[in-house]
Design a binder for this molecule. Structure first.
Ligand SMILES: Cc1cc2nc3c(=O)[nH]c(=O)nc-3n(C[C@H](O)[C@H](O)[C@H](O)COP(=O)(O)OP(=O)(O)OC[C@H]3O[C@@H](n4cnc5c(N)ncnc54)[C@H](O)[C@@H]3O)c2cc1C
Ligand code: SF4
Length: 509
């Protein structure tokens, strides 16, 4: 078999393809599975609706890159507009546009899944080898001090002043030049992501990859040969062009927790649990405003985390509490998150080089669902629970205190109306935040749940091997299967769990 990448927006599409295994989605879950299966000698086809955007075409321009690298051109949101939902849509998936933080599933969470949900393969003594392999795929290392920028150091300085535990994070960059535009894709290919590691190895082993190929329906899911309807897209990915059928004995859906459930629902595949139990892990940004120049855009954007308030062994949910992480975005995204518009917005953006932003990350309980209407329209319902609001308020208060401790002039909580905190006493005002829909710029980058793994079909949408209940060899190998929040970041968990599930699949085929 000769592997390679075919761009169906530019090259003529075949009418039909028959293969042993079809992988839908080329991100952390899909690329990992495709690589291991191809290396084991199986015939693999990968379908990816994004394009292969690499090299000088990564212009680092906000508008063009969000348009081409993100799902729904970065305009996806929950039903009530309370959470912006960010997902990659490019060959290599979210790993191409993420901020490279490497955080494995904590042992407390693995233990929780094994004991409370009967997912024995996630027990630490069985699963840790797959985490180690994932860390190898990512060339994971601690971010060097030279790349920890002034903004992250301000958060660290404040946290240390308050006596809070924190850490410089692990990452998957090799040869990073600290350009700071990770969310627009790395122009110097420093990220050891699926596009740079798993996919080239899959191709070398014979995998055939089709880009601008959107899987829209899976038919015959309980028969030996499944049939996937695929629509090809135009070069910019705006319009569907033509149709082809892919026939495969084994189908691995790894399109991201939302798109995987969307495809199954659209196909009428799976039981009542498909689409339920969605976790968005909404994050809120707040900004320390300093008098001196911080230049948070210079250097690795996200490198220091305050971990003092994170719990890894919560009895009900595994991971709980919250963490605070330094972050920075390009002008495009920062300006959309600020609560000012017009002249006030422009004036605020003149302070761009004085800002030291943080993300407040609080894991959530399953409290959302994915729905697909008859006309195919996707709705992402999400209810933010009171316990999540309460932890976010605590996180705002603590992050504000940390920035003030580090010398911030004020701390801006970009809600509508904005909350400006100038003293530790004023930080208490964060307890009044309501987080009413569309008043706080919350973002989701770590979608999970939707096809929960469970030992019985009464409790979830897929079995512990990832096989969707009611199907023959249709699997989900991404974070759709996670019963609770895996970690504060999901790239490493998904690579590790896809490795585990693929290794098990290889013993059966
Ligand atoms: C801005 C941002 C920053 C992040 N930062 C971090 C971080 O620092 N550390 C970390 O660990 N995690 C981070 N994450 C999360 C992490 O990147 C994702 O959890 C991970 O990439 C998800 O892997 P996946 O394989 O499930 O899906 P993805 O990587 O999203 O890949 C799914 C692919 O499937 C394709 N697809 C979808 N539907 C279809 C279809 N119907 N047909 C064909 N193809 C389809 C999509 O185009 C996409 O390329 C971040 C995410 C975002 C968005
Ligand atoms: S900081 Fe710049 S060079 Fe480093 S990984 Fe991000 S985009 Fe690439």
């Amino acid at each position: 078999m000769t592997g390679g990448i075919t761009d169906l927006s530019k090259q003529p599409s075949p009418e039909a393809i028959t293969t042993e295994i079809c992988v839908i989605g080329s991100g952390c879950g899909g690329a990992t599975a495709a690589r291991l299966l191809a290396e084991a000698g199986h015939e693999v086809v990968v379908l990816e609706e994004g394009r292969d955007l690499i090299g000088p075409e990564r212009t680092q321009r906000d508008r063009a890159m969000y348009d081409q690298l993100y799902m729904d051109r970065a305009g996806r949101a929950s039903h009530d507009l309370s959470v912006d939902i960010l997902q990659g849509r490019v060959l290599g998936g979210g790993g191409v546009i993420n901020t490279c933080d490497v955080v494995p599933i904590p042992e407390g969470v693995l233990h929780h899944w094994a004991t409370k949900y009967g997912l024995e393969d996630f027990a630490p003594e069985r699963f840790n080898q797959f985490t180690d392999d994932a860390l190898g795929d990512l060339s994971a290392s601690r971010i060097p001090e030279s790349l920890v920028n002034t903004a992250n150091n301000k958060l660290r300085q404040g946290a240390e002043g308050l006596g809070l535990r924190g850490e410089v994070m692990m990452h998957n960059r090799v040869g990073c030049r600290g350009l700071g535009t990770c969310m627009l894709g790395c122009p110097v290919h420093a990220k050891r992501n699926p596009r740079m590691v798993a996919l080239p190895k899959a191709i070398e082993a014979g995998a055939r990859i089709y880009t601008r190929a959107r899987a829209v329906k899976i038919d015959k899911a309980s028969q030996e040969l499944k049939e996937i309807t695929v629509h090809t897209l135009d070069p910019r990915g705006y319009h569907e062009q033509s149709e082809l059928k892919v026939r495969a004995k084994i189908v691995i859906v790894a399109a991201n927790a939302i798109a995987s459930a969307q495809l199954l629902l659209r196909s009428g595949v799976g039981n009542v649990h498909v689409g339920k139990n969605l976790m968005l892990q909404p994050q809120l940004a707040i900004i320390g405003m300093f008098d001196e120049r911080i230049a948070a855009f210079d250097g690795v954007p996200q490198s220091y985390a305050v971990t003092e308030f994170e719990e890894e062994d919560n009895v009900e949910f595994g991971l709980w509490g919250y963490r605070i992480e330094g972050i920075m975005g390009t002008p495009g995204i920062v300006s959309t998150m600020l609560p000012f518009s017009g002249v006030a917005g422009m004036e605020n953006m003149t302070q761009y080089d004085r800002m030291a932003p943080s993300l407040l990350l609080a894991p959530d309980a399953p409290s959302g669902r994915v729905e697909v209407a008859r006309d195919g329209r996707l709705t992402i319902h999400y209810e933010q629970r009171d316990d999540h609001r309460a932890r976010l308020r605590q996180a705002v208060e603590m992050a504000a205190k940390a920035y003030l401790e580090a010398g911030a002039r004020e701390v801006l909580v970009p809600t509508r109306p904005p909350l400006v905190i100038r003293s530790a006493r004023e930080a208490k005002k964060s307890q009044e935040l309501t987080f009413a829909p569309a008043t706080a710029p919350m973002i989701s980058a770590h979608q999970q749940g939707t096809v929960r793994f469970a030992a019985s079909e009464h409790d979830g949408g897929a079995d512990p091997n990832g096989q969707v209940y009611g199907t023959r060899d249709v699997y989900v190998f991404d974070s759709s299967g996670y019963p609770t929040s895996a970690a504060s970041h999901t790239m490493t968990p998904i690579i590790a769990s896809s490795r585990m599930l693929t290794t098990k699949l290889l013993t059966r085929i």
